[in-house]
Design a binder for this molecule. Structure first.
Ligand code: ATP
Ligand code: MG
Length: 425
């Protein structure tokens, strides 16, 4: 038998002894930080009856449509390896009648999840999520507490600058109005949407805004925004959540296109994003799910929670540590275009700066301006020296202070002095 027959399945991996300390640190952090916020641990089975996820996660979601590991055991019902934590936790909350106890219930979990996806960095078939759920309160202070806890978790886990994106996806009332507008807006391109989106068009058009194939199309991007259709209650809730985040000093970016991939979300939705780990950049995500408890057979009770991926957290931290370890520079030269006169100027300025003791560098890979600016940031440069046709024609350079974002043009001769002045600020 060939060795390959014994290799681990695609999308799974071994956590080797050299790696387990990092995992244990994340597990310890979950235990201590979540208890500190007065959450209690809930452990649920690794597999559930398939209906729990079909009803919970929603049958138009990617997870239910194509990512679940589902099988039938010896004449039993269909069961599914859990693809996420919330549905199982809510099922357990209902089944164990925790709604009869003190409310809100504040629960956390950590463990393996399973999704049949195309494996790549930060996307595995067996992966691990930590998460929290608060069930039984719609107080907007709870929304803020949960979001602040997510921010704190990432920070304490060592990820310094994940960006918080915030939105409200409303309730069934506002969504009905938005749905009609969305269907009317997207009808002309219905035939050219991906097969999945054609299938969900009537059932759940909101899902199209989150489709990895269609969401970047201009017609989809210009779709009516859910935030413009919020009913009075959802508007009040959303404003209160933002106010509470301000009180807590948690900064956020509103993104009216943010739609989460699971059907149970209502009102507050949020993601913590770290662009440095590539296209798969969401570290932690969550939101309210006010209909879910009832959908899973419990009383009509609101809930909110988040889940984060341990693999992506460790990935983000590794990228960050690498950056922190990288040598920093003072100035980075950014060239607009590949004209010879621009290149000549870039060499002259680079050499002048270095002679004056300024650590400086430029891009030799012919990359675009955006990529060059990103490199400047990554290298910790304080100043970007911009060189384009206009500058060369004027015998000048544009200096951009990467901290204050101010920029001004100075002559090539005055460049060194101006850079030194900037660095000493
Ligand atoms: P994506 O858009 O990246 O597919 P998602 O919307 O499916 O994410 P959620 O179901 O909200 O993600 O899961 C929450 C978090 O769990 C993600 O932000 C990510 O950190 C992690 N996660 C989700 N799927 C995977 C996976 N297949 N492998 C590793 N981590 C994952
Ligand atoms: Mg996914």
């Amino acid at each position: 038998m060939a060795m390959a027959d014994f290799a681990r399945p695609r999308g799974t991996y071994d956590i080797k002894p050299s790696e387990t300390p990092a995992w244990q640190a994340v597990e310890d952090l979950a235990r201590t930080l979540f208890s500190h916020y007065h959450f209690e641990e809930m452990r649920t089975p690794i597999f559930e009856h398939t209906e729990v996820f079909e009803r919970g996660v929603g049958d138009t979601s990617d997870i239910v449509q194509k990512e679940m590991y589902t099988f039938v055991t010896r004449g039993e019902k269909s069961v599914t390896l859990r693809p996420e934590g919330t549905a199982g936790v809510v099922r357990a909350f209902v089944e164990n009648k925790l709604y009869g106890g003190p409310l809100p219930a504040k629960l956390w979990y950590l463990g393996p999840m399973f999704r049949y996806e195309a494996p790549q960095a930060g996307r595995n078939r067996q992966f691990h999520q930590y998460g929290v759920e608060v069930i039984g309160s719609s107080d907007p202070r709870v929304d803020a507490e949960v979001i602040e806890l997510g921010a704190r978790f990432l920070l304490e886990a060592g990820v310094a600058d994940a960006r918080l994106e915030l939105n409200s996806v409303g309730c069934p009332v506002c969504r009905a109005a938005h749905r009609a507008a969305l269907i009317a807006h997207l009808a002309p391109i219905r035939g050219s949407l991906c097969a999945d989106c054609q299938g969900r068009f009537e059932k759940n058009p909101l899902r199209i805004l989150d489709c990895k194939k269609d969401r970047d199309r201009p017609e989809v991007k210009s779709s009516p925004r859910i935030t413009e259709y919020l009913c009075a209650d959802c508007q009040t809730q959303y404003s209160a959540v933002k106010h509470n985040l301000d009180v807590l000093g948690v900064s956020y970016v509103e993104d009216s296109t943010l739609v989460r991939g699971l059907d149970y979300y209502t009102q507050t939705t949020f993601e913590f994003v770290d662009d440095r780990i590539g296209a798969k950049s969401t570290l932690l995500a969550g939101g309210r799910y006010n209909g879910l408890v009832e959908q899973l057979g419990g009383p009509d009770m609101p809930g909110i929670g988040f889940a984060g991926g341990v693999e992506r957290l460790l990935l983000a931290r590794a990228v960050q540590e690498e950056e922190e370890g990288a040598a920093k520079i003072d100035a980075y030269i950014v060239t607009f275009g590949s004209d010879l006169t621009i290149f000549d100027a870039s060499l002259r300025v680079l050499s002048l700066l270095r002679k004056a003791g300024v650590t400086a560098d430029l891009d030799y890979a012919g990359r675009g301006v955006k990529a060059q600016m990103k490199t400047a940031d990554r290298l910790g440069a304080r100043v970007a020296v911009l060189l384009g046709d206009e500058e060369v024609a004027n015998g000048a350079v544009t200096l951009r202070d990467l901290m204050t974002k101010e920029q001004n043009q100075v002559s090539e001769d005055a460049c060194v002095e101006a850079v030194l002045a900037l660095l000493s600020r």
